[in-house]
Write a protein that binds this ligand. Structure first.
Ligand code: FMN
Length: 229
């Protein structure tokens, strides 16, 4: 049986008997209330099918994976979520660092027409053909209707399994569970001699680090998991 904890009732509850910052000698922390918690995650371009059969494309960075199950976080007032609720499939095209200009061209655009008032107030534009806007090339998928982005080195065709609103009312956020049905990878990032392994030294993801674009630095330490998997 699950126990659902209400975090508010836990505020102010006593902490475990652990040293305080004053006694550890380690850097001290300040309690803050950040407006976003984008800690540094890869940027994806999600393609979905519009009602008229054309494709929409949008940058996202809220995504994580466990095996072939992925969860993406999206605003429910986006055109992408409307498409997902109707057609239940997408392609998650993972952007490499060299695609940053194309990705940034899509920031501030939406496939919604009319667009929600809050996006209008933020100066967003409606763009019907986001592939053309970004200068990216649509490529037919094999198992789903939305096209892949040819320039993205990793393309994951997905089915939507579950979509659930999350967060307090008025936050308009959804957690969307997807299942990877087919993954395509540019030959150039594969490990030589390994049919199914991406070479981390060759794969250069574009990272959204808080609201700025970054790349990855070099490998910093040998990895136990890399040895055992
Ligand atoms: C780099 C980047 C990352 C973004 N990450 C997310 C995200 O994780 N979730 C989300 O809902 N919107 C995210 N956005 C904003 C959406 O791209 C934006 O709402 C867009 O208008 C959605 O397009 P659509 O309305 O055509 O679906 C991100 C934008 C950029 C530029």
């Amino acid at each position: 049986m699950h126990t659902f904890l209400n975090p508010l009732t836990r505020l102010g509850s006593p902490t475990l008997d652990a040293p305080t910052t004053a006694t550890t000698g380690l850097p001290s922390h300040r309690t803050i209330d950040p407006s976003i918690l984008y800690l540094g995650t890869p940027v994806l371009l999600i393609s979905t099918r519009n009602p008229d059969g054309t494709a929409n494309l949008a940058p996202i960075s809220s995504a994580w994976w466990l095996g072939k199950t992925g969860v993406i976080g999206m605003g429910t007032r986006s055109h992408t979520v409307a498409n997902l609720c109707r057609a239940f499939e997408c392609v998650l095209n993972v952007a490499s660092v060299d695609l940053v200009t194309a990705v940034d061209r899509l920031a501030g655009t939406t496939g919604s027409n009319p667009m929600p008032a809050y996006k209008q107030a933020m100066g967003f534009r409606h763009v019907k053909d986001k592939f053309a806007e970004a200068g990216l090339t649509p490529l037919a998928s094999e198992g789903v209707a939305p096209p892949r982005v040819a320039e993205c080195p990793i393309q994951i065709e997905c089915e939507v399994v579950h979509l659930r609103e999350v967060g307090p009312p008025g936050e308009h956020s959804a957690a969307i569970e997807v299942r990877a049905v087919r993954t395509h990878v540019h030959e150039a990032i594969l490990k030589p001699g390994h049919r199914h392994h991406i070479d981390p030294d060759k794969w250069r993801p574009l990272i959204m680090n808080f609201l700025e674009f970054y790349g990855l630095g070099p490998c910093v330490h040998p990895s136990y998991l890399a040895e055992v998997f």
